[in-house]
Design a protein around this ligand. Structure first.
Ligand code: PMP
Length: 326
């Protein structure tokens, strides 16, 4: 779907996957007006197909567009485009547990020119690809590196938007984490390098306490972390399962101390791609600790099973999260 100043959204098309031709002076290549989303279509227990909370992705896409001075695609147009593509590609929606059709909506500037200002034309597209299970051999905890050299987002910056530049700026830190033997980066706040924000492509959760007295805690939306749809869904799902939940600040000191004294019993990350991933080990320039036993925790696994069950139609969809497609 194209957008042109004065004309608005027009020219919606469903076309075969093919390369695009790009002018060397396309403004996106120079000034980076590029935003995206990620969601999945799931085969349901009864063989039908549904997406999970596509309206939430559409709304986050609008928020990203506002931050990048781009036009907002109406929620209905976003959801309808998702529906059309999934209907077209329904044969590609896997029928195996934990597999799905990954959908990547995105938008970038199409104007040609070198003036630094919002472009006057854009294109919105969605591409799709079947996605296998994130953990084909069973759930395995990840190790994380607390990044103190690099910052992902600062107050007033683009941290809460899903824009390409955030990911470009994160790659060097991901490489640093890999060089330290870790799977993922954990981002800390820009001012004090003290407050936990999120991971590379996932939000974080801490389980404080055990059993039915457990509280699940996730860093509050500071404006510098992405408001994940999985994060938001888990606040509700944790309540359904009888756990208290809190959104608040949590520091690396609280994490380290809580791990040492046994009050923080589990830590996991969550996002569309990985669903829920246990965090097993933490490293920084000055510290190195194993999270509880280093094994996936019981509440982590319970939430993981419950979320997967809602997404695949094996658990009642009491919050109307599923959007039936065919
Ligand atoms: N944080 C970042 C930086 C991400 O890229 C993602 C993936 N979109 C998330 C968190 C998790 O968001 P969601 O649950 O909506 O996939």
């Amino acid at each position: 779907i194209r957008w042109t100043e004065g004309r608005g959204w027009h020219d919606a098309q469903l076309t075969p996957y093919a390369p695009l031709e790009i002018d060397p002076a396309n403004m996106t290549l120079h000034y980076g007006q590029a935003i995206f989303e990620g969601l999945k279509a799931y085969r349901q227990a009864d063989g039908s197909i549904a997406t999970f909370r596509p309206e939430a992705n559409a709304e986050r896409f609008q928020a990203s567009a506002r931050r990048l001075a781009m036009p907002e695609l109406p929620v209905e147009a976003f959801v309808e485009a998702v529906e059309l593509l999934v209907q077209q590609d329904q044969a590609w929606v896997p029928n195996q547990a934990e597999q799905s059709l990954y959908l990547r909506p995105f938008m970038f500037a199409t104007e040609v020119g070198l003036g630094v200002r919002p472009a006057n034309s854009y294109i919105f597209m969605i591409i799709a690809s079947p996605a296998g299970a994130y953990f084909p051999g069973g759930v395995k905890p990840v190790s994380v590196w607390l990044s103190e050299d690099y910052v992902r987002a600062a107050p007033g910056g683009t941290g809460a938007a899903k824009c390409a530049g955030n990911y470009a700026a994160s790659l060097v830190a991901q490489a640093e984490a890999a060089a330290k033997g870790c799977d993922q980066v954990v981002w800390l706040d820009a001012a004090e390098h003290k407050w936990v924000e999120e991971m590379g492509g996932m939000n974080l959760y801490f389980v404080v306490g055990e059993g039915e007295n457990a509280t699940v805690v996730t860093p509050e939306l500071s404006g510098a972390l992405l408001p994940g749809i999985t994060r938001d869904s888990l606040l509700t799902l944790a309540g359904d399962l009888g756990y208290r939940s809190e959104e608040r600040k949590i520091s690396t000191d609280e994490w380290k101390q809580g791990n040492a004294d046994g009050t923080i019993t589990e830590v996991f990350a969550c996002g569309t791609a990985a669903v829920i991933t246990p965090v097993g080990h933490v490293k920084s320039a000055t510290a190195d600790w194993t999270v509880a036993t280093g094994e996936p925790g019981p509440i982590t696994m319970q939430l993981r099973e419950a979320l997967l069950a809602v997404q695949s139609g094996h658990r009642p969809d009491t919050h109307n999260w599923l959007h039936k497609i065919v």
